[in-house]
Design a protein around this ligand. Structure first.
Ligand code: SF4
Ligand code: SF4
Length: 217
C-alpha cells in the first residue's frame, strides 16, 4: 500500500457519500463533481480523451487534426490526442477552452478514486499523483471508515494477488481502482480473513459481474 507523505491536504468530502456517487457515475453518465480548484492534472498527463457519439458538441469544437481513432476504445469511438508534451490541445492558459461542452470522459474523471483505493495514478502522472496524495476523506460515521478500508483492501488484493484469479483482472491503476469500487463489499465481510485467496478472488469477480449487470440493465 502506498504511504502518502505528510503535505498539504485538500478536503475530499465524506467517504461513503463519495463512494455512492462514484458507483452511480460508473453505472451511467452522471459525472463527478470534483473540487479541482486550480488543478488541471488530468488535462496535462498524456491521456487520450475518449470522444463518444454523444460528445458531438465537444467534437464540433475540437480541430480535426487532434481527433484520431485509437485502439482500445469502443469501435467507432474517437479520441482527442494529447500534444507531445502530454497536454490536452483544448487546454488554453490553464483552463479548458471547451469546458461547457467537455467530453463525458472529462466529466467522469475523478482522481479521488486513487486516494480511495490507496494507489497512485501511475507513471508519468506526477501532477495527478500530487493531488491524489493531498486528498483527505472525512469519516462522519463508522461506516465511512469501514467502507474506505474495504475499498483499499480490495485494491490491494486485486493488485497483489493476481495469481488467485482464474480470469484476467485489470493491471493498470484506474482498472484496479474501478474493480475495487465495484467489489469492495466483499471486504466488509468480518470472516474474510478465514477465506482462501481463491475464494476471495471468486467473490470479487462475482461482485464485479453483479455490478456490471446493473449497468447493462
Ligand atoms: S487531477 Fe483530479 S483534482 Fe486535478 S483536475 Fe483532474 S480530477 Fe481535478
Ligand atoms: S477537453 Fe478540457 S477538461 Fe478534457 S482533458 Fe481537455 S482541457 Fe481537460
Amino acid at each position: 500500500m502506498t504511504q502518502f507523505p505528510a503535505q498539504s491536504s485538500v478536503a475530499a468530502g465524506p467517504f461513503s457519500a463519495w463512494l455512492r456517487a462514484m458507483r452511480r457515475s460508473l453505472l451511467g453518465n452522471e459525472g463527478m463533481d470534483v473540487p479541482c480548484g486550480d488543478c488541471v492534472g488530468c488535462c496535462v498527463s498524456g491521456y487520450s480523451v475518449q470522444l463518444r457519439p454523444e460528445d458531438h458538441k465537444a467534437a464540433a469544437r475540437i480541430p480535426a487534426t487532434f481527433i484520431v481513432s485509437a485502439p482500445g476504445f469502443t469501435k467507432g469511438h474517437l479520441t482527442v490526442r494529447p500534444l507531445s508534451n502530454g497536454v490536452c490541445p483544448m487546454l488554453d492558459e490553464g483552463k479548458c477552452s471547451i469546458y461547457s461542452v467537455r467530453p463525458q470522459t472529462c466529466l467522469d474523471y475523478d482522481c479521488r478514486i486513487f486516494a480511495a483505493a490507496g494507489i497512485d495514478a501511475g507513471e508519468g502522472k506526477d501532477v495527478i499523483n500530487k493531488r491524489v496524495h493531498e486528498w483527505r476523506f472525512s469519516y462522519p460515521e463508522r461506516s465511512d471508515e469501514l467502507e474506505h478500508a474495504a475499498v483499499r483492501a480490495a485494491a490491494t488484493f486485486i493488485r497483489d494477488r493476481r495469481d488467485s484469479f482464474t480470469v484476467r483482472v485489470p493491471a493498470g491503476p484506474m482498472g484496479i481502482a474501478v474493480f475495487a469500487i465495484k467489489s469492495y463489499e466483499v471486504f466488509l465481510d468480518a470472516e474474510i480473513s478465514d477465506k482462501s485467496d481463491a475464494d476471495v478472488a471468486r467473490a470479487i469477480i462475482d461482485a464485479v459481474r453483479a455490478f456490471d449487470s446493473l449497468q447493462a440493465g
